[in-house]
Design a binder for this molecule. Structure first.
Ligand SMILES: C[S@@+](CC[C@H](N)C(=O)[O-])C[C@H]1O[C@@H](n2cnc3c(N)ncnc32)[C@H](O)[C@@H]1O
Length: 378
């Protein structure tokens, strides 16, 4: 039998540790809410999916994000942020807090482009808001040669009030969510249960409070929804900390109605090696878990928390409106013939391959009426 490589042994140990943490959390009853399952599988310190090396992003990982697909993405966002900096009166410092900054690829492109945009580059103070220590360390390694105006915080609430921008790419889809199934007249929560055949979905006893906005009216029997309780907490934290400026949110998702029509059994997806894995609960910790972002609810919650929704567009359209064509022209102009072809192909992938992605802009409200509902800041 061939010997297991170091990486395989490390992964097997991490899988076992995640499994142990899940069973411990499930207790004697062997039952766990889905948000808790997702939390442990993805983020258990040292062993969860996002804690592992070499990490999930890019060709050697499990999936690409827009940040890894084409520099057009980050460079165009930098232009949008530079316009925001000017609208704020070109202050000497402008914080960019990137939520879920991963391995720092988007930050790298943004910081490099900001450097090409005159005084904006000098004003940028970049903050990586990343809960995975392992990914944050990789990002810091990547970015330290580019700027000394760089910080890492594991959560936004450690930052204090700031003026500038929040950027979040494929962040909200990765936040633990709860799951509910309609019986035609009411929702019942669906969690997971451990048995000799592994983890399976199972109804939970009622009783846990929801926190945040109420669930929608129940759909036809059998309808399943994911409810973004963790995301609501993060939106509130953005509203509480961003005093002036904008939050740019990029993610795959849609309106609540569209999600309901397209995915009446829910949107959860597990991904490994660039493929969707049919058994979502298989090998927790070894595969990514995510859910479509319900932008109807997130935007409503943002407004209730004191942010104003400036725009909600297809990602490709937003990039176009922010000067994407001009940026692509510059990328191609500065490239040799082969690189220019690659750059065009990468841009095509970005603009057509991320067709379910939206770009949403929230602005910090000047006079903010806070709603009293909702969970504490994340
Ligand atoms: C799908 S990855 C996206 C990474 C990066 N934005 C990109 O585009 O390549 C989601 C990232 O969010 C991070 N994350 C999840 N929950 C977080 C939280 N509450 N605070 C900070 N980072 C979080 C994960 O560790 C992971 O790095």
């Amino acid at each position: 039998m061939p010997e297991a490589s170091d990486a395989e042994t490390r992964d097997a140990r991490a899988n076992a540790a995640v499994e142990q943490a899940l069973r411990h959390a499930a207790g004697d009853a062997g039952v766990l809410s889905f948000d808790r399952f997702m939390e442990i599988a993805l983020y258990e310190p040292g062993v969860g999916y996002y804690e592992r090396r070499p990490g999930p992003l890019g060709a050697d990982g499990d999936f690409y994000t827009a940040a890894h697909t084409s520099p057009l993405f980050g460079r165009t966002i930098a232009r949008r942020l530079s316009a925001e900096w000017q609208a704020l009166g070109s202050p000497t410092t402008f914080a960019i807090a990137e939520l879920g900054s991963g391995d720092g690829r988007l930050a790298q492109t943004l910081i490099e482009e900001a450097g090409r945009l005159g005084d904006f580059g000098t004003a940028v103070r970049y903050v990586l808001v990343e809960r995975s220590r392992s990914l944050a360390e990789r990002a810091l390694e990547r970015l330290r040669p580019l700027t000394s105006h760089l910080r890492w915080v594991p959560r936004l609430s450690e930052l204090g009030p700031f003026s500038g921008a929040v950027v979040a790419n494929e962040f909200f889809d990765a936040l633990p969510c709860r799951r509910f199934e309609s019986d035609g007249t009411d929702w019942r929560e669906i969690g997971v249960r451990w048995s000799s055949v592994g983890w399976t979905f199972a109804p939970l006893a009622a009783g846990r409070t929801l926190g945040g906005p109420p669930l929608p009216r129940p759909g036809p029997a059998g309808t399943v929804i994911e409810w973004p309780t963790t995301a609501f907490g993060v939106v509130r934290a953005i509203a509480d900390h961003l005093t002036r400026g904008v939050a740019l949110v990029f993610d795959y998702g849609a309106s609540e109605d569209e999600i309901g029509q397209r995915y009446p059994r829910g949107t959860l997806v597990a991904v490994r090696n660039h493929r969707a894995i049919p058994n979502i609960l298989d090998q927790p910790g070894a595969q990514d878990l995510s859910a479509w972002v319900n932008f109807t609810r997130l935007n409503e919650y943002a407004e209730a928390a004191g942010l104003s929704v400036v725009s909600d567009d297809r990602q490709s359209e937003a990039l176009g409106a922010w000067g994407g064509a001009e940026v692509l022209g510059e990328i191609v102009r500065d490239a040799d013939a082969v690189e220019a072809v690659r750059a065009r192909l990468a841009a095509k992938n970005l603009l057509f391959g991320f067709s379910n992605f939206r770009a949403v802009v929230w602005r910090a409200g000047p006079a903010r009426a806070r709603s009293s509902s909702g969970p504490a800041p994340g």
